[in-house]
Design a binder for this molecule. Structure first.
Ligand code: IMP
Ligand code: MG
Length: 215
Protein backbone atom coordinates (compact mmCIF):
# COMPACT_ATOMS: atom_id res chain seq x y z
CA UNK A 1 0.00 0.00 0.00
CA UNK A 2 1.13 3.54 -0.73
CA UNK A 3 2.86 5.28 2.15
CA UNK A 4 1.84 8.82 3.02
CA UNK A 5 2.29 11.54 5.58
CA UNK A 6 -0.62 11.36 7.98
CA UNK A 7 -2.13 14.58 9.32
CA UNK A 8 -4.06 13.47 12.45
CA UNK A 9 -7.64 14.54 13.21
CA UNK A 10 -6.51 16.60 16.20
CA UNK A 11 -3.76 18.35 14.22
CA UNK A 12 -3.84 22.00 15.27
CA UNK A 13 -1.81 23.25 12.33
CA UNK A 14 -0.24 26.69 12.55
CA UNK A 15 -1.45 30.17 13.35
CA UNK A 16 -2.10 32.17 10.15
CA UNK A 17 0.00 35.05 11.47
CA UNK A 18 3.13 32.91 11.38
CA UNK A 19 2.98 32.65 7.58
CA UNK A 20 2.29 34.92 4.62
CA UNK A 21 -1.39 34.75 3.68
CA UNK A 22 -3.09 37.18 1.24
CA UNK A 23 -4.82 39.99 3.11
CA UNK A 24 -8.12 39.32 1.29
CA UNK A 25 -8.33 35.86 2.91
CA UNK A 26 -7.20 36.65 6.46
CA UNK A 27 -10.75 36.66 7.84
CA UNK A 28 -11.82 33.54 5.95
CA UNK A 29 -9.33 30.98 7.21
CA UNK A 30 -8.97 29.11 10.45
CA UNK A 31 -5.41 27.67 10.46
CA UNK A 32 -2.61 26.68 8.11
CA UNK A 33 -2.64 22.90 8.01
CA UNK A 34 0.12 22.13 5.47
CA UNK A 35 2.67 24.89 4.82
CA UNK A 36 3.85 25.29 1.23
CA UNK A 37 7.40 24.13 2.00
CA UNK A 38 6.24 20.79 3.33
CA UNK A 39 4.03 20.30 0.24
CA UNK A 40 7.14 20.85 -1.90
CA UNK A 41 9.35 18.49 0.10
CA UNK A 42 6.77 15.71 -0.01
CA UNK A 43 6.21 16.30 -3.75
CA UNK A 44 9.94 15.90 -4.39
CA UNK A 45 9.84 12.45 -2.80
CA UNK A 46 6.68 11.46 -4.73
CA UNK A 47 8.52 12.35 -7.95
CA UNK A 48 11.34 9.97 -6.98
CA UNK A 49 8.93 7.13 -6.12
CA UNK A 50 7.02 7.59 -9.38
CA UNK A 51 10.18 7.61 -11.50
CA UNK A 52 11.38 4.46 -9.79
CA UNK A 53 8.18 2.64 -10.82
CA UNK A 54 7.31 4.31 -14.13
CA UNK A 55 10.66 5.59 -15.34
CA UNK A 56 11.16 2.78 -17.87
CA UNK A 57 8.90 4.18 -20.60
CA UNK A 58 7.46 7.39 -21.99
CA UNK A 59 5.04 8.89 -19.43
CA UNK A 60 1.94 10.91 -20.25
CA UNK A 61 1.14 13.05 -17.21
CA UNK A 62 -2.58 13.87 -17.14
CA UNK A 63 -3.51 16.86 -15.03
CA UNK A 64 -6.99 16.95 -13.53
CA UNK A 65 -7.98 20.61 -13.72
CA UNK A 66 -8.37 22.97 -12.08
CA UNK A 67 -7.44 21.80 -8.59
CA UNK A 68 -4.50 19.70 -9.73
CA UNK A 69 -2.59 22.41 -11.58
CA UNK A 70 -0.18 23.54 -8.83
CA UNK A 71 0.67 20.03 -7.74
CA UNK A 72 1.02 18.99 -11.39
CA UNK A 73 3.42 21.83 -12.21
CA UNK A 74 5.57 21.26 -9.11
CA UNK A 75 5.60 17.46 -9.43
CA UNK A 76 6.66 17.70 -13.08
CA UNK A 77 9.44 20.10 -12.18
CA UNK A 78 10.82 17.51 -9.76
CA UNK A 79 10.44 14.72 -12.32
CA UNK A 80 12.25 16.91 -14.87
CA UNK A 81 15.06 17.50 -12.40
CA UNK A 82 15.46 13.73 -11.98
CA UNK A 83 15.38 13.27 -15.76
CA UNK A 84 18.11 15.81 -16.38
CA UNK A 85 20.43 14.73 -13.58
CA UNK A 86 20.70 10.99 -13.98
CA UNK A 87 21.99 8.49 -16.52
CA UNK A 88 18.48 7.21 -17.14
CA UNK A 89 15.66 9.43 -18.45
CA UNK A 90 12.30 9.09 -20.16
CA UNK A 91 10.25 11.46 -22.32
CA UNK A 92 7.44 13.13 -20.45
CA UNK A 93 4.46 14.62 -22.24
CA UNK A 94 1.47 16.36 -20.72
CA UNK A 95 -2.28 16.35 -21.16
CA UNK A 96 -5.15 18.03 -19.34
CA UNK A 97 -8.70 17.11 -18.44
CA UNK A 98 -11.30 19.17 -16.66
CA UNK A 99 -13.76 17.54 -14.28
CA UNK A 100 -16.30 19.12 -11.99
CA UNK A 101 -18.12 17.45 -9.11
CA UNK A 102 -18.38 20.07 -6.39
CA UNK A 103 -20.87 22.82 -5.50
CA UNK A 104 -20.10 24.88 -2.38
CA UNK A 105 -18.39 22.40 -0.05
CA UNK A 106 -20.42 19.36 -1.09
CA UNK A 107 -19.40 16.66 -3.51
CA UNK A 108 -22.26 16.01 -5.94
CA UNK A 109 -23.12 12.64 -7.39
CA UNK A 110 -22.52 13.62 -10.96
CA UNK A 111 -18.97 14.03 -12.25
CA UNK A 112 -18.84 16.13 -15.40
CA UNK A 113 -16.02 16.07 -17.94
CA UNK A 114 -15.90 19.60 -19.28
CA UNK A 115 -12.88 19.77 -21.50
CA UNK A 116 -9.52 18.27 -22.33
CA UNK A 117 -7.70 16.79 -25.29
CA UNK A 118 -8.66 13.81 -27.38
CA UNK A 119 -8.38 10.88 -24.95
CA UNK A 120 -7.56 8.46 -27.78
CA UNK A 121 -4.03 9.92 -27.61
CA UNK A 122 -3.59 7.86 -24.42
CA UNK A 123 -4.02 4.48 -26.12
CA UNK A 124 -0.99 2.26 -25.41
CA UNK A 125 0.66 4.86 -23.17
CA UNK A 126 1.82 4.87 -19.56
CA UNK A 127 -0.49 7.42 -18.01
CA UNK A 128 0.06 9.19 -14.71
CA UNK A 129 -3.11 10.91 -13.48
CA UNK A 130 -2.33 13.87 -11.22
CA UNK A 131 -5.12 14.91 -8.85
CA UNK A 132 -5.34 17.33 -5.92
CA UNK A 133 -7.57 15.45 -3.49
CA UNK A 134 -9.58 12.24 -3.26
CA UNK A 135 -12.61 12.40 -1.01
CA UNK A 136 -15.38 9.93 -1.89
CA UNK A 137 -13.22 8.59 -4.74
CA UNK A 138 -16.08 9.01 -7.21
CA UNK A 139 -14.23 11.48 -9.44
CA UNK A 140 -11.25 9.17 -9.80
CA UNK A 141 -13.32 6.04 -10.34
CA UNK A 142 -15.27 7.82 -13.07
CA UNK A 143 -12.11 9.06 -14.75
CA UNK A 144 -10.44 5.63 -14.54
CA UNK A 145 -13.35 3.86 -16.18
CA UNK A 146 -13.47 6.55 -18.87
CA UNK A 147 -9.73 6.14 -19.57
CA UNK A 148 -9.95 2.37 -19.71
CA UNK A 149 -12.17 2.66 -22.76
CA UNK A 150 -9.07 3.97 -24.58
CA UNK A 151 -6.82 1.05 -23.52
CA UNK A 152 -3.77 2.77 -22.06
CA UNK A 153 -0.80 0.45 -21.38
CA UNK A 154 -0.63 1.43 -17.71
CA UNK A 155 -2.49 3.91 -15.50
CA UNK A 156 -1.18 5.16 -12.16
CA UNK A 157 -2.80 7.81 -10.00
CA UNK A 158 -1.02 10.27 -7.74
CA UNK A 159 -3.10 12.43 -5.42
CA UNK A 160 -1.54 15.07 -3.21
CA UNK A 161 -4.24 14.54 -0.58
CA UNK A 162 -6.62 11.79 0.48
CA UNK A 163 -9.36 12.63 2.97
CA UNK A 164 -10.17 10.27 5.85
CA UNK A 165 -13.92 10.25 5.57
CA UNK A 166 -16.82 7.82 6.08
CA UNK A 167 -18.02 9.00 2.64
CA UNK A 168 -15.08 7.20 0.99
CA UNK A 169 -16.04 4.42 -1.43
CA UNK A 170 -12.73 2.73 -0.61
CA UNK A 171 -10.72 3.88 -3.62
CA UNK A 172 -6.99 4.52 -2.89
CA UNK A 173 -4.56 6.15 -5.34
CA UNK A 174 -1.20 4.52 -6.16
CA UNK A 175 0.74 7.44 -4.68
CA UNK A 176 -0.47 9.69 -1.87
CA UNK A 177 1.14 12.84 -0.50
CA UNK A 178 -0.82 13.35 2.71
CA UNK A 179 -3.83 11.77 4.38
CA UNK A 180 -5.90 14.59 5.85
CA UNK A 181 -8.80 15.00 8.33
CA UNK A 182 -12.41 15.27 7.15
CA UNK A 183 -12.43 19.08 6.85
CA UNK A 184 -12.85 21.38 3.90
CA UNK A 185 -9.36 22.41 2.78
CA UNK A 186 -8.35 25.25 0.50
CA UNK A 187 -5.16 26.66 -1.01
CA UNK A 188 -2.39 25.39 -3.31
CA UNK A 189 -5.04 25.32 -6.10
CA UNK A 190 -7.76 23.67 -3.97
CA UNK A 191 -10.73 25.99 -4.15
CA UNK A 192 -14.06 26.86 -2.62
CA UNK A 193 -16.25 28.06 -5.51
CA UNK A 194 -13.08 29.15 -7.35
CA UNK A 195 -11.63 31.16 -4.44
CA UNK A 196 -8.42 30.36 -2.50
CA UNK A 197 -6.48 28.94 -5.44
CA UNK A 198 -4.26 32.01 -5.00
CA UNK A 199 -3.08 30.89 -1.57
CA UNK A 200 0.23 29.01 -1.22
CA UNK A 201 -0.45 26.97 1.91
CA UNK A 202 -3.17 24.38 2.46
CA UNK A 203 -5.53 25.83 5.06
CA UNK A 204 -8.79 25.07 6.83
CA UNK A 205 -11.54 27.50 5.84
CA UNK A 206 -13.75 29.05 8.57
CA UNK A 207 -17.49 29.85 8.70
CA UNK A 208 -16.85 33.37 7.51
CA UNK A 209 -15.23 32.10 4.31
CA UNK A 210 -18.01 29.58 3.84
CA UNK A 211 -20.65 32.36 3.91
CA UNK A 212 -18.68 34.97 2.01
CA UNK A 213 -18.00 32.81 -1.06
CA UNK A 214 -21.16 30.72 -1.07
CA UNK A 215 -23.00 30.54 -4.42
P1 IMP B 1 -14.47 12.93 -4.83
O1 IMP B 1 -15.07 12.64 -6.16
O2 IMP B 1 -15.50 12.97 -3.72
O3 IMP B 1 -13.29 12.04 -4.48
O4 IMP B 1 -13.98 14.41 -4.85
C1 IMP B 1 -12.87 14.77 -5.47
C2 IMP B 1 -12.92 16.22 -5.92
O5 IMP B 1 -13.69 17.06 -5.02
C3 IMP B 1 -11.54 16.76 -5.89
O6 IMP B 1 -10.93 16.63 -7.13
C4 IMP B 1 -11.73 18.21 -5.50
O7 IMP B 1 -11.88 18.97 -6.66
C5 IMP B 1 -13.00 18.25 -4.72
N1 IMP B 1 -12.74 18.29 -3.25
C6 IMP B 1 -12.94 17.30 -2.33
N2 IMP B 1 -12.62 17.69 -1.10
C7 IMP B 1 -12.19 18.98 -1.20
C8 IMP B 1 -11.69 19.93 -0.24
O8 IMP B 1 -11.56 19.71 0.97
N3 IMP B 1 -11.36 21.15 -0.75
C9 IMP B 1 -11.47 21.46 -2.08
N4 IMP B 1 -11.91 20.59 -3.00
C10 IMP B 1 -12.28 19.36 -2.57
MG1 MG C 1 -9.84 17.83 -8.24
Amino acid sequence: MASFLQIPDDEKGYDLNLFCVPKHYEEDLDRVIIPHGIIMDRTERLARDIMQDMGGHHIVALCVLKGGYKFFADLLDYIKALNQNSDKSVPLTVDFIRLKSYCNDQSTNSVKVIGGDELSALTGKNVLIVEDIVETGRTMQTLLSLLNEYSPKMVKVVSLLVKRTPKSLGYRPDYIGFEVPDKFLVGYALDYNEYFRDLSHICVMNENGRDKYKV
